[in-house]
Design a protein around this ligand. Structure first.
Ligand code: SF4
Length: 266
């Protein structure tokens, strides 16, 4: 599906609830205002109204969508899956491997996989690599983890760093606090995406926090992509108003934050 997520070209939700909608299980502070949960509560958008909590409903893997990747001629970036976590503990391991198989045979497309459970991603990818006699993921499979605060930085980055991917990335969104010194962790990532929270009840994101991440990435020559300032951006302790509801218009960013890089010309 086409998307307005700035760092990708389309979202491919290959895991759905049988009968319609999606499901995921909230994992950490960053999930509190999960947009997918909100969308799933709305049948107008195809949701099934089941909350992102409790026990998983019956799920299906869209193997047809995976098969269609092979017919794409125009190179694109695919965010797989935006409505759930494909490395959730409830997702069968062979589904994850089927997804990786589909990506492996489609080298002209870039697949961006983002998880809040990089420890499961690590195990699953290691198994898949050894089944294929490979020691590294191909360049078109990007492995990413979400980071929202210092705790998740320390916890998740160590698992992501062990994944033998050529492109490992962080999605630091929603940024909920100042991450402090991140330089020691930057050696292990090839891209940092950063943004404040959007949507109703957005928690504040201080532009100084974003600035600190951008500066440290630039010092360590790590590509950095400022996605959005968020719907509740602050600067110097004051509200930083933007015309764009999520503060996602790059032209409204302070000049030094107008940076949207990728590891290569992706
Ligand atoms: S992991 Fe992602 S999709 Fe799942 S509940 Fe958290 S924010 Fe929502």
């Amino acid at each position: 599906m086409p998307t307005n997520i700035e760092w990708t070209d389309q979202t491919d939700n290959i895991i759905r609830v049988k009968g319609g909608g999606w499901w995921c299980h909230k994992k950490s502070e960053g999930c509190a205002n999960c947009y997918a949960d909100k969308l799933n509560k709305n049948s107008f958008f195809g949701g099934n109204k089941q909350p992102y909590s409790g026990l998983p409903p019956e799920l299906v893997l869209d193997t047809e969508a995976i098969r269609k990747w092979g017919f794409q001629t125009k190179p694109k970036k695919h965010f797989v899956s935006s409505m759930t976590d494909v490395f959730g503990e409830w997702v069968p391991r062979f589904w994850q491997h089927e997804m990786l198989d589909g990506m492996f045979v489609t080298p002209n497309q870039i697949f961006q996989i983002l998880t809040k459970r990089p420890e499961i991603m690590l195990l699953s990818m290691d198994e898949w690599l050894s089944c294929h006699g490979l020691d590294k993921l191909p360049l078109n499979i990007w492995s990413g983890t979400s980071i929202e605060n210092r705790r998740t930085l320390e916890e998740r980055s160590q698992f992501l760093a062990q994944i033998p991917a050529l492109i490992r990335f962080w999605s630091v969104e929603p940024l909920l606090e100042d991450l402090g010194d991140i330089t020691q962790y930057l050696n292990d990532v090839q891209l940092v995406i950063v943004g404040g929270e959007s949507g109703p009840n957005s928690r504040p994101c201080h532009i100084e926090w974003i600035n600190s991440i951008v500066q440290q990435c630039q010092q360590s020559k790590t590509p950095v992509f400022v996605k959005q300032l968020g719907a509740n951006a602050k600067f110097g302790g004051q509200q930083f108003k933007t015309r764009d509801r999520k503060g996602g218009d790059i032209e409204e960013f302070p000049l030094h934050l107008q940076v949207r890089q990728f590891p290569f010309d992706a």
